[in-house]
Design a protein around this ligand. Sequence first.
Ligand SMILES: [Zn+2]
Length: 311
Amino acid sequence: MTDPVTTISDRGLSAALKKIRDLMGTLESSHNLKSSIPGFGTQKGIYKPQNSEYALWIRQTLRGIYPDQEPDVLPDGSWLYKYTPEAKDGRTDLSLSTNRALFSSMRDRVPVGVFIQRESRDAQRTYEVMGLAFVEDYDGTHFTLHGEPIDIEAEPMARQAIPHFEPFDPSELSIASSIRNMRRKAFQTGVRRLYHEKCSLCELGYHFKGEPIGIEAAHLIPVKDNGTSKDLRNGILLCSNHHNLFDRYLWTLDQDYRVLVKDDGLFRKSAENNHVLKMEGLQLPNLPDKKYDLPAPEAIEFRLNLFENMR
Ligand SMILES: [Zn+2]
């Protein structure tokens, strides 16, 4: 498979979709989106550009009348999201041009952008840019949207058949840097979503102007050892403090997700006030909600070996 956006013949649509993909994982004010995303200033719900048969994006507002659930993130970084079709006079009307556009997107596998409004204390409305998604299905009440995986050239994985964890990706270091950067960004975003935007160990996490501050997705099997960035089960979200200590192999997690701390007297003395010592022997308090998204046993094992053998 190739990048699904590059095969779209409508240049305008293709460029707009790329723009949405570039914003993936960010929080944006509606003010910013109005100036950068076609239709955002005028359209709610589903937006279909006038001369296109496909939808460009859908957005979910906080006070939407439809009960939509949070996206469900899968280990390949793709996500599933149910979206209610647009209604007329309180009734779903599939003949509306917006709903028909989503069916066209589904038929021809043309992705759409997905925006979800988030709580904010500002007067400005804030949207999370979920990224691009395929319209996978319509079950009579909802469209199922399936977000792009980290590897945009791969098919998103099915929730019913999650493949076994593939720990290594030797191609990572030889691919074009633009693709590598995109994958790393998608890996960061996916891990942040799984860990509720907070450090797995101390549960701190901040945002300012849409950017996360001081929270970072760490690889369990390091990239320099060919650890994969295409599978979120090789990741864990940490604050900068606990990421630094993790990178120096001063703590790790065991197969029950309990915190192990380096047996080094001087380190322990120096780290007296660090939360990591209070957590020793206890299970990490912030883990993914779904079992299939937890760190892979093979990745934990690899990390444990590094932790035990690194001086
Ligand atoms: Zn932390």
